[in-house]
Design a protein around this ligand. Sequence first.
Ligand code: GLP
Length: 239
Amino acid sequence: MEYYYFKSYKEASKKGAGIIASQVILKPNSILGLATGSTPIGTYKELIELYKNKTLNFENCKSFNLDEYVGLNHEHDQSYYYFMHDNLFNHINMKEENINVPDGMAKDVDKFCKEYDEKIDREGGVDIQLLGIGSDGHIGFNEPATSFSIGTHKETLKDITRKDNARFFKSLDEVPTHAITMGLLTIMKAKKILIMACGQGKKDIFEKALHGPVVPEVPASILQFHPHVYAIFSEEGCN
Ligand code: GLP
């Protein structure tokens, strides 16, 4: 594991963007695994800058997002589809047909999840997967005690996760109770992983995930068994 520590969120974001940028430069048709949340917003801003100054070209890249709330459509401003377009896709030249975000409105969720994993495999697998971390140690929406060996699936969100994410909604009641998420197995199949966390509120869980026991109660701890992880922490928070 390569561990990077920064005081400033901006510097941490630059490092995160640099790692993704080198992936895209070395393999212009990279498959990028992308994440939502406030943590990666700075990284996305840096990637947009690198695209604008012509350092990066996403024309041949494809992306698979980690997760999506069940019941939110593309137009909902808290859907992760909307978030990704607002914070990244609308500002770079990735082709819409190459963008994959789980469908929170899927009628047959199990079928959708199976096909999402199959599509990732068909594309040759994710080259680099970006991750944030939830305050209970979740990655994607894999909540504590989820099996380590599970593919994309529907997850029931813990109260702590709904409360953490309520800041983006008008009230707690509006936060969806379920999400579709890449499973820990899907995430672990990525060739490289970049996990980022920022601020004092994430320090202990980040430490526990990366250096504590590997247990399903701390889903992110499974990353200790991945052969190629970059971990970036910034003292400064991002929100
Ligand atoms: C949500 C997302 C996660 C994200 C987490 C932390 O639960 N599903 O992918 O890592 O929030 O978000 P933030 O970066 O805003 O702290």
